[in-house]
Write a protein that binds this ligand. Structure first.
Ligand SMILES: [Zn+2]
Length: 188
C-alpha cells in the first residue's frame, strides 16, 4: 500500500499506539489501514459418488481442474459465498450444504472453507471462469491435472469418507513446503 484510501496522502508502515505490530498508517489523516486474511469458500458437490469439477479458464493454473470456489464477498455468509461460486463457475445448484473442510494458509494470509452438498437437479455447465465442468468418479478424476494440492487432498478425503459414509470436519494448516510437495498423488 502506498497511498491512503481515505485522503490520498502517503502511508507509512509503523506500529500504532497501543498496537503490537506494524500497520500502514496515513501520514495525513492518521487512519490505520488494517490488512487481514482473505476467505476462499467452495463446495464439494457430488452426485452418485461423482464430484463436480471445473477446468480453470483463468490463471493461475489455467487448464487444470479444481473445485468450485472463490473469494468471499462482503455482506455474504461463507455458505452463501460457496453457493454463489458454485453457480458462477459451474451453473450448478446444490442442496443444503454442510460444513466439511477448512485449510489455513497463514503464509499467504488465506483461509479456505469448503462445504459438501448434493447437486440439486443434476444440471451443470461451464461458467465464464471455467473451460469445462464435469462430474468425475474416483477413477475418472484427472489426478495429474489438478490445479492445487489442497484439491487433491480434499478429493481423496471425500472419496474415503463416501466409502465409510462418515464426513468429519477437518482442519489443517498448509505451509509452503506442503503446498509445493502436495499430498499423495494417487488414490489408495
Ligand atoms: Zn489519510
Amino acid at each position: 500500500m502506498k497511498y491512503c484510501s481515505s485522503c490520498g496522502e502517503d502511508v507509512a508502515k509503523r506500529i500504532p499506539d497501543g498496537d503490537d505490530r506494524p500497520r500502514y498508517v496515513c501520514n495525513g489523516c492518521d487512519v490505520v489501514h488494517y490488512q487481514n486474511p482473505k476467505m476462499v469458500v467452495g463446495i464439494v458437490a457430488s452426485q452418485e459418488h461423482k464430484v463436480l469439477m471445473c477446468r480453470r479458464a483463468i490463471e493461475p493454473r489455467k487448464g487444470f481442474w479444481t473445485l468450485p470456489a472463490g473469494f468471499m464477498e462482503n455482506g455474504e455468509t461463507t455458505m452463501a459465498g460457496a453457493i454463489r461460486e458454485t453457480w458462477e463457475e459451474a451453473y450448478a445448484k446444490v442442496d443444503s450444504p454442510t460444513l466439511y473442510r477448512m485449510f489455513e494458509l497463514p503464509y499467504i494470509n488465506q483461509v479456505y472453507i469448503f462445504y459438501r452438498a448434493k447437486l440439486l437437479d443434476g444440471k451443470y455447465s461451464a461458467g465464464p471462469e471455467s473451460l469445462d465442468v464435469q462430474l468425475f468418479s474416483e477413477d475418472q478424476i484427472p489426478w495429474s491435472e489438478i490445479a492445487f494440492p489442497i484439491v487433491t487432498e480434499i478429493l481423496h478425503e471425500h472419496f474415503d469418507d463416501t466409502r465409510k459414509n462418515e464426513f468429519p470436519v477437518r482442519i489443517s494448516e498448509v505451509d509452503p513446503v506442503w503446498q509445493r510437495k502436495g499430498p499423495k498423488q494417487q488414490p489408495e
